[in-house]
Design a protein around this ligand. Structure first.
Ligand code: ZN
Length: 434
């Protein structure tokens, strides 16, 4: 009996986030994410339409290893937000568990769509909760969702109210007072959690400070759209399909410079359809071209006379082979010309694979003498100022850094030194504190 934490992913790596919280004889699983590099490597070995087996994904370390968990005791799976490194493993693992999945409406919508994409039946009951609400998940356990800003709609801090105290999971977040879409963080409720027992804290940018307001990204986009709205030249923007606020800015600013905005590809449509379903933002006025055959036909109509009429919005900012921007170049779906412009509204993810893929992509664009504009982006993750503010609000007794490699979590010790005891956890190793 007591309270034990069993980290399953996201404690020595960025990705496959999953934490088991064992409270007496019940277990709550928080998030069930993919390690994206591992997942992409498996998917590229087969093909983009074949569903990989759970065994293939485990071998590639692309999904959390649940063999450490007594799955018969799991009473709830709770999702913090709809990024794939937090919910992407649900279609592959949830059927092993006879417990409901709890999520906000947007996150639940994306979970359903991920299952449909893979033609996987989701047998678990999907229970939807408001962003600021509390609900029972076990005999003596309540979970609470608190709205917080990130880079995807309806992200929440998860609080577990247990007989052994309050555990706060600030998993992926930033504190953005100008989020462009959606409301600001519910700081009032976070302050009420003062003196919580444990705070799990997003540590991706431990010790670093920079601008991360979404309004700043919008301002950079506007400046660049005005500068590079070249007569007779194509303008392409590549960003995250899941970043609804960024896509809203791109759509509005594209129209402001007089271009028709076209969202291209199935994943763009997937997240925008979910945003419309859940009354978050309606992209009905944008033209979507979802499927490859239609995309090819559309691009064939682009010529010298009309190439400056459009703003093309595509996936592929990391240089992924199967994403739209790579297909436009490698499969010659689009004929890039000198002084066309490609804007990367993203950062390069600092892994060897992403850095290399992106460098290859940029080289191909340079061969066509395309103007490449980079880093028109702000992170969705907390920097130093957000870490300090969160620590000030919660004033936890203990802090567990998460969502980072070991060296960053060690850095978090310095940031947290004057707040609570810092505990560095490892995947597969339990931590019992009560
Ligand atoms: Zn996230």
């Amino acid at each position: 009996m007591g309270l034990t934490i069993l980290p399953l992913g996201g404690y020595q790596e960025v990705g496959k986030n999953c934490t088991a919280v064992i409270i007496d004889d019940e277990i709550v699983l928080l998030d069930m994410g993919l390690h994206l590099e591992g997942f992409i490597s498996v998917q590229e070995e087969i093909d983009e339409f074949t569903v990989p087996s759970t065994e293939q994904l485990l071998t590639a370390k692309a999904i959390p290893d649940l063999s450490f968990v007594d799955l018969s005791k799991v009473c709830a799976i709770i999702a913090s937000h709809a990024h794939l490194d937090h919910i992407g493993a649900i279609p592959f693992l949830a059927d092993r568990i006879k417990a409901p999945i709890h999520a906000t409406a947007f996150t639940g919508n994306i979970i359903r769509r991920l299952c449909e994409d893979k033609k996987i039946d989701l047998h678990n009951k999907l229970t939807i909760h408001d962003s600021n609400s509390t609900f029972k998940v076990g005999k003596h356990i309540e979970a609470e969702f608190i709205h917080i800003t990130h880079s995807i709609p309806q992200t929440v801090v998860i609080v577990l109210h247990t007989p052994y105290g309050k555990i706060v999971f600030a998993i992926d977040y930033k504190l953005d007072n100008t989020p462009v879409l959606g409301s600001i963080t519910n700081e009032k409720r976070l302050r009420e959690l003062k003196n919580a027992d444990v705070l799990f804290l997003d540590s991706l940018y431990a010790g670093i400070d920079a601008e991360n307001s979404e309004m700043y990204a919008r301002t950079m986009l506007e400046e660049n759209f005005q500068t590079y709205n070249r007569k007779g030249k194509a303008l392409v923007v590549t960003t995250f399909a899941s970043h609804t606020a960024r896509l809203k800015s791109i759509m509005e600013l594209g129209r402001k410079i007089g271009r028709e905005v076209i969202f291209i590809g199935r994943s763009m449509a997937k997240y925008c359809d979910a945003a419309k379903d859940e009354n978050i933002f309606d992209f009905s006025n944008v033209e979507f071209i979802r499927f490859g055959s239609k995309v090819r036909r559309f691009f064939k109509k682009i010529n010298k006379q009309n190439r400056d009429k459009y703003l093309f919005v595509v996936t592929g900012h990391q240089g992924e082979h199967n994403a739209m921007l790579s297909k436009m170049i490698d499969l010659k779906w689009f004929q890039f010309e000198k002084d066309d412009v490609v804007v990367f509204s993203s950062f390069v993810i600092p892994t060897d694979t992403c850095v290399m893929s992106r460098a290859i992509l940029e080289e191909k664009l340079h061969q066509h003498e395309v103007t490449v504009i980079k880093d028109i982006h702000v992170s969705g993750h907390a920097y130093y100022k957000d870490h300090i503010k969160m620590l000030e609000m919660i004033k936890p007794k203990m802090v567990v850094p998460i969502h980072a490699e070991l060296d960053k979590m060690e850095k978090m010790k310095d940031t947290c030194a004057s707040y609570g005891e810092v505990h560095i956890l490892e995947n597969g190793k339990t931590w019992t504190y009560k």
